[in-house]
Design a protein around this ligand. Structure first.
Ligand SMILES: *[C@@H]1O[C@H](CO)[C@@H](O)[C@H](O)[C@H]1NC(C)=O
Ligand SMILES: *[C@@H]1O[C@H](CO)[C@@H](O)[C@H](O)[C@H]1NC(C)=O
Length: 229
């Protein structure tokens, strides 16, 4: 019986693995055609390709696969009280052809990341510490949002507008993995209006703060219902 159980467990995990790898195949960047392809130093070239050229195989080193760009908090001394650092293949050579990028967001109290989208990637966000309200809007204008705490994970589907806001009383930090080496960022405020267009930014900020209050109230209600059971 025990053996059967472990056999069926193994079968399930193999099935899951196959499923995941076939999903990854259709949703991430193109598959690499060789083991390693860290980005070569970008010399002046007069042609362009989808991705970056690989380094000479003989000069690849372990440090092509390490980055320390996300090991410190970004500067949150700005009007949104937030900072976002994205590491793509352009900054981290080892990511070239791997279909991955990573980001770190630091939010001071009341810090906000304004709605933006990544046209080429889904994003999986992990809350390292703090309390964050995260949400996204689908193409039918439905809002999906949740209050997240230490260790929680939230997914922003590819291409959809999303935001997050610090809903706690201290700093909050999140790390995200994105399934493209060059996810791209489209910010509605940045693209259509001058960055100094304070009016638009202010309205977005106050809208998001309203959403935060809604999410927090809902989360308090959920906890109450749980504790009353
Ligand atoms: C790659 O590096 C090796 C060793 O330095 C060199 O002999 C070779 O010509 C290089 N290949 C190319 C395509 O530059
Ligand atoms: C929690 O309880 C309130 C009041 O009874 C109710 O209106 C609300 O829908 C409940 N929420 C959930 C998530 O069950």
């Amino acid at each position: 019986m025990k053996r059967l159980n472990s056999n069926s467990k193994a079968a399930t995990s193999i099935l899951l693995l196959l499923l995941c790898s076939s999903i990854a195949t259709c949703s991430a960047d193109d598959l690499p055609l060789q083991d390693l392809c860290p980005m070569a130093p970008q010399a002046q070239t007069n042609f362009f390709m989808n991705g970056f050229l690989c380094k000479n195989q003989t000069s690849i080193t372990a440090s092509d696969f390490k980055t320390s760009r996300l090991n410190h908090a970004g500067d949150t001394d700005n009007s949104l009280r937030s900072s976002m650092t994205v590491v793509t293949a352009a900054e981290f050579p080892g990511l070239n052809t791997q279909g991955l990028a990573m980001s770190r967001t630091d939010l001071a109290m009341d810090g906000i990341v304004l709605p933006h989208s990544h046209p080429r990637a889904s994003e999986m966000m992990f809350v390292s510490h703090g309390t964050v309200v995260a949400g996204f809007v689908d193409t039918e204008n439905r809002l999906f949002q949740r209050t997240l705490r230490d260790g929680d994970v939230f997914v922003f589907p590819r291409g959809l507008l999303h935001f997050c806001v610090n809903a706690g009383f201290g700093l909050a930090t999140t790390f995200s993995v994105l399934n493209s080496q060059n996810p791209g960022v489209m910010s509605i405020a940045g693209a259509m209006f001058a960055p100094e267009s304070d009016d638009v930014t202010e309205r977005l900020v106050s809208k998001i703060l309203t959403l935060k209050t809604m999410a927090m109230a809902e989360s308090v209600n959920n906890n109450r219902n749980l504790s009353s059971k």
